[in-house]
Design a protein around this ligand. Structure first.
Ligand SMILES: *[C@@H]1O[C@H](CO)[C@@H](O)[C@H](O)[C@H]1NC(C)=O
Ligand SMILES: *[C@@H]1O[C@H](CO)[C@@H](O)[C@H](O)[C@H]1NC(C)=O
Ligand SMILES: *[C@@H]1O[C@H](CO)[C@@H](O)[C@H](O)[C@H]1NC(C)=O
Ligand SMILES: *[C@@H]1O[C@H](CO)[C@@H](O)[C@H](O)[C@H]1NC(C)=O
Ligand SMILES: *[C@@H]1O[C@H](CO)[C@@H](O)[C@H](O)[C@H]1NC(C)=O
Ligand SMILES: *[C@@H]1O[C@H](CO)[C@@H](O)[C@H](O)[C@H]1NC(C)=O
Length: 383
């Protein structure tokens, strides 16, 4: 590694020599000259993510990190090169430098953030900056860097922009950055984005509502504090609105019921935590149960998955599930509907999978119902 670096430095030095028409002589002299010429003191900043902000930065770093003895030896190697060979190496080096000048991801994010902060930026460029961030935040380290660079607060502010596409893209960036990332989730919640995202779910611009719900889901996923904030902001009522309304966009409805299932699952995995009350509320659960009569197989499946978890919650009342939610009847009707779907060659396999899930849910529900009728809650606990 050091050898390669020394050689690189020597080639750089010989390039400098060629350009001034002088032969390569004393390395130390060149070192001194180069450092003097640039007049810049180099800090760690020049080396973010292995990228260099300038050619000077790279040179100084190379000089600072090279062993003088090895440097001298490499300089001798360079001196032995024929003029042709030297020229070829110099060309290679030029190409290498071009590549090294490509900014790092952190550098690109800094540019995008600076653009978003510029209030005179055109709408088109604003969209472009957000689209770039959307790609950049995919790796978890970059998402963390976006936060450290102060980018999250800039994007959160964009949620309030007057242009719906800016709002849509901002929600998307925040959603992606929060995915499986407790650190970013925490920052986004701290910045107060959740109430704004919930409001955006009401947007008449469907694409905005879809991305807002996506962001809400990733921000509170497996995040207990976020889930309580969601409840405090009446997020569950928003979900119910979406699930209840069959004229809503199907993507929104699928995402809403998926989130319900996710919340219930998280609850099952964290039994020591107090349950979110709406998950066992009869009318809320009814909104989920009603979805299994939907004509959309994907929506039906997601509703069933959610019910499978909801039914297992400690606070779920089997009688409420039966009487208020009409779970048994709904499962029966679904069975008939799925049998019809299974007759369709194109839907057969999917419908068969959903049917086996349905049978499983029915069985879990029956067991709970029986247990509650025989011995009440004390018996449930003995299981
Ligand atoms: C290197 O430079 C010194 C003066 O700084 C000179 O005396 C010497 O002859 C040079 N050596 C070569 C190999 O050119
Ligand atoms: C802000 O954006 C405008 C329009 O693109 C540009 O002319 C201006 O230089 C930018 N300002 C800064 C500080 O980058
Ligand atoms: C958006 O604007 C509203 C009203 O001006 C404000 O209450 C809210 O905090 C803002 N949201 C964000 C995320 O900046
Ligand atoms: C969404 O719209 C509904 C009905 O239009 C309204 O009751 C509710 O307060 C709105 N929610 C938010 C968060 O703005
Ligand atoms: C959704 O529908 C259920 C009944 O299916 C009803 O009780 C509830 O009030 C509705 N909720 C909303 C928010 O519209
Ligand atoms: C149902 O959704 C449609 C489309 O978003 C909307 O126009 C309508 O007002 C909603 N209905 C209710 C009862 O909220």
């Amino acid at each position: 590694m050091c050898r390669a670096r020394c050689l690189l430095l020597c080639l750089l030095l010989s390039m400098a020599a060629c350009s001034t028409g002088e032969p390569v002589n004393n390395t130390a002299t060149y070192e001194a000259e180069l450092v003097q010429d640039s007049g810049v003191v180099i800090g760690d900043q020049d080396q973010i993510d292995g990228g260099f902000s300038s050619l000077d930065g790279m040179l100084q770093w190379a000089i600072g990190h090279s062993d003088p003895a090895e440097l001298k030896e490499s300089a001798q190697d360079v001196k032995r090169l024929s003029p042709d060979e030297l020229q070829r190496r110099q060309l290679e080096l030029k190409e290498l430098l071009e590549k090294l000048k490509t900014p790092s991801d952190a550098g690109l994010m800094q540019i995008a953030i600076a653009d978003l902060r510029n209030s005179s930026l055109s709408l088109e460029d604003r969209h472009r900056a957000l689209e770039e961030l959307l790609i950049l935040v995919e790796p978890i380290d970059n998402a963390n860097d976006l936060s450290k660079l102060g980018g999250l607060s800039v994007v959160v502010e964009e949620l309030n922009h007057s242009d719906p596409d800016v709002r849509r893209l901002s929600a998307w960036v925040l959603g992606k950055a929060s995915q499986n990332n407790p650190f970013v989730q925490h920052q986004v919640l701290q910045l107060g984005a959740l109430p704004t995202l919930l409001k955006m779910m009401n947007s008449s611009f469907v694409e905005e509502a879809v991305k807002a719900l996506y962001a809400v889901s990733t921000v509170i996923r497996n995040n207990i504090a976020g889930q309580h904030m969601f409840y405090a902001e009446n997020g569950h009522i928003m979900l119910q609105d979406v699930m209840n309304n069959s004229s809503m966009d199907i993507r929104l409805r699928r995402k809403a019921v998926f989130l319900v299932g996710d919340l219930a699952q998280c609850q099952l995995e964290n039994t020591e935590r107090s349950e979110l009350p709406f998950l066992s509320d009869g009318l809320f659960v009814k909104s989920v149960v009603d979805l299994i009569a939907s004509a959309d197989l994907d929506l039906q499946e997601k509703a069933l998955e959610a019910i499978k978890s909801l039914v297992q919650l400690k606070s779920a009342e089997p009688r409420v599930l039966g009487d208020i939610c009409g779970l048994e009847g709904a499962l029966e009707r679904m069975k008939v509907q799925l049998q019809e779907s299974m007759a369709d060659e194109y839907k057969r396999d999917y419908a068969a999978d959903v049917e086996s899930l349905r049978v499983e849910v029915e069985s879990i529900f029956r067991t709970r119902l029986q247990t509650s009728m025989i011995g009440g809650p004390s018996n449930v606990q003995k299981q």
